[in-house]
Design a binder for this molecule. Structure first.
Ligand code: ACO
Length: 444
C-alpha cells in the first residue's frame, strides 16, 4: 500500500511491524510488512514509477543479503562462531557422536534411540554394494580425471540405476533415495580413489562388519584382498572430520542442490550439481588448495614473505576467511585439536609447523583482523588427510561424502514444503536493444 509520507503513516508502520519506504522518484510511501527481520521481495514489486512498470527488485548477486527459506537443519552465528546441527553444538557432536548418528540427526531432526540407530544402520548396510554400472563407468574414465569430476559424473549416472528416484514429491520415496545415496556415496567415492591410484575397481567389496567410516577406508585402501591396516586414531579422525563437514546451512553447494532440486529433478542429478559446486577452490576445493599452498612455503622462516603476498590481492591465504564466520570457525578449533592427535601418531611434520606459524601471524596481522579473516574448516583438514597418507586431489571427495547428509536434508526439507517453487532469479538486462539479423556477407 502507498501514500504520501506523513507522521500518521509512520505511526501505522511502527504499530504494524512494517518497513516504511519513501520512493524518492515519486514521493510515494510504502509500508512493507516485516517478518523475522525480513521483507518479502514480492512486496517490493508494488514500488513503481508508473503503471505497467515491472516494479522494484533487490540486487544481490552473491545472495548474501537474501533469505530463501525457513529451515530447521542448522544454526550458524558467524559473529560469535557458533554452529549447531538441529540445536546440538558442533564440538559436542565431534567429541561424542559419530558420522552415522549425525547423519540421522541432520536428516531426521533428532538423535536416534538405540533401536532407531540399529534400524538406520541396517538400512544403510542393505544398500551398500558396488553397482556394476559404477564399475563400468570408473573403468571407462581416465585415471587423470580429477576425483571430484569422477564423483560428480558418477553421482549423476547413478540415478540411471534407480528410475523410481524421479518421484521426488513422495516423501517415503525420497527417504528411500536418501538411504541409497548415503550408502552408495562412499562406495562410489572409493571407486574414484581406486581408479585414480591404479587399484582395481572391479574386485573390491564392502565389509558389512565395519563401521560406515571403517568400510569407506577399507574400500579405498584394500589392495588385492590384503586388508588395509588403518590406525584406530585415523579412523576416529576421519569419522570426526565427516561429522564436522556433514552440514553447513545454505553454502554454495547446498544452494546448488536446492536450486537444481527445485526443478524436481531426481536427487542423483541434484547432488551431482552440489558436488560440482563443492569442487571449486573458494568452497570445498580449499582443502586441496591449502595443502598445495603449504607445499610452496619451504619453512617457517618463509611465512612472513608469503603472508605479505596474500595481502596484495595477488593470491589468497587459502583456508582463511569465510562468507559467514567473522570470527574463528568453530570447526577449525576442533580440527586443530584433531590434527595434533593425528600428528602424535605419525610424528612431527614441517607442514604443520608452517601452518601453525601462518595462523599465528595472520590472526595478529592488521590486514586479516580488519577483514575478520580467521582460519576456516579447511585450514587444518588437509594436513590431517595428508598425514594419513592421502594425496590432496582426494580431499574434497571426503568433504562431499560428509556433506551428502546436509545436502539431502535441505533437499528433502525443500520438497516437503508445499510452497516450493522452481528457483529462478532475475537480471538487469544491459545488452543490445532489439536489432535485425544480417547475413554474414553484410556484417562489418
Ligand atoms: N586471503 C586474503 N585476503 C582475503 C581472503 C583470504 N583468504 N579472503 C578474503 N580476503 C579479502 C578480500 O580480498 C577482500 O579484501 P578487500 O576488502 O580489500 O577487497 C576482503 O577480504 C573480503 O573478501 P570477500 O571476497 O568479499 O569475502 P567473501 O565473503 O566473498 O569470500 C571466501 C569468502 C570465498 C571464503 C574468501 O574468504 C576466500 O576466498 N577464502 C580462501 C578460500 C577458502 O579458504 N575457502 C573455503 C571457505 S570454507 C568452505 O567453503 C568450506
Amino acid at each position: 500500500m502507498s501514500s504520501s509520507p506523513n507522521a500518521a503513516a509512520l505511526a501505522t508502520a511502527q504499530q504494524q511491524g512494517a518497513l516504511q519506504v519513501v520512493d524518492g522518484r515519486t514521493g510515494r510511501v510504502y509500508q512493507l510488512p516485516i517478518t523475522d527481520d525480513t521483507i518479502a521481495a514480492k512486496d517490493l514489486r508494488q514500488i513503481k514509477v508508473k503503471d505497467g512498470d515491472f516494479g522494484m527488485m533487490c540486487f544481490d548477486p552473491a545472495l548474501d543479503g537474501t533469505v530463501v527459506t525457513r529451515s530447521s537443519v542448522c544454526f550458524i552465528d558467524g559473529d560469535r562462531g557458533i554452529l549447531n546441527y538441529r540445536g546440538y553444538p558442533i564440538d559436542q557432536l565431534a567429541d561424542h557422536s559419530d558420522y552415522l548418528e549425525v547423519a540421522y540427526l541432520v536428516l531426521h531432526g533428532e538423535l536416534p534411540s538405540v533401536a532407531q540407530r540399529a534400524a538406520f544402520e541396517a538400512e544403510i548396510r542393505a544398500e551398500t554394494r558396488v553397482p556394476e554400472s559404477m564399475v563400468r563407468l570408473h573403468e571407462a574414465m581416465s585415471p587423470e580425471v580429477h576425483p571430484m569430476s569422477m564423483l560428480t559424473a558418477a553421482l549423476a549416472a547413478l540415478g540411471g540405476d534407480f528410475p523410481d528416484a524421479a518421484i521426488v514429491q513422495d516423501a517415503s520415496n525420497r527417504r528411500r533415495q536418501i538411504v541409497r545415496l548415503l550408502a552408495l556415496t562412499p562406495v562410489v567415492a572409493a571407486l574414484g580413489y581406486r581408479r585414480r591410484n591404479g587399484l582395481d575397481v572391479a574386485g573390491i567389496l564392502p565389509r558389512p562388519e565395519l563401521s560406515y567410516t571403517g568400510n569407506f577406508l577399507h574400500m579405498m585402501l584394500d589392495q588385492g584382498g590384503r586388508e588395509a591396516q588403518v590406525h584406530r586414531a585415523f579412523e576416529r579422525a576421519m569419522d570426526a572430520l565427516l561429522v564436522l563437514h556433514a552440514e553447513h546451512e545454505l553454502n554454495c553447494s547446498t544452494n546448488a542442490v536446492r536450486a537444481v532440486g527445485s526443478s524436481l529433478v531426481n536427487p542423483y542429478s541434484a547432488v551431482a550439481a552440489a558436488c560440482a559446486a563443492l569442487h571449486g577452490p573458494l568452497h570445498g576445493g580449499a582443502n586441496q588448495a591449502v595443502l598445495e599452498m603449504l607445499e610452496q612455503i619451504p619453512s617457517v622462516e618463509a611465512v612472513p614473505g608469503f603472508l605479505a603476498s596474500c595481502k596484495t590481492g595477488d593470491r589468497r591465504l587459502m583456508g582463511f576467511g569465510h562468507r559467514v564466520y567473522k570470527n574463528y570457525d568453530p570447526r577449525a578449533r576442533v580440527i586443530k585439536e584433531l590434527a595434533e592427535k593425528v600428528f602424535e601418531v605419525v610424528g612431527a611434520n614441517p607442514k604443520l609447523d608452517v601452518a601453525r606459524a601462518l595462523e599465528s601471524a595472520a590472526v595478529r596481522d592488521a590486514y586479516f583482523l580488519e577483514r575478520k579473516l580467521y582460519p576456516n574448516v579447511d585450514f587444518y583438514s588437509g594436513l590431517i588427510y595428508s598425514a594419513m597418507g592421502f594425496l590432496p586431489r582426494i580431499f574434497t571427495v571426503f568433504f562431499a561424502v560428509a556433506r551428502m547428509a546436509g545436502w539431502l536434508a535441505h533437499w528433502d526439507e525443500m520438497l516437503d514444503d508445499p510452497k516450493n517453487r522452481i528457483v529462478r532469479p532475475r537480471q538487469i538486462y544491459v545488452g543490445h536493444a532489439r536489432r535485425d539479423y544480417l547475413p554474414v556477407a553484410q556484417r562489418a
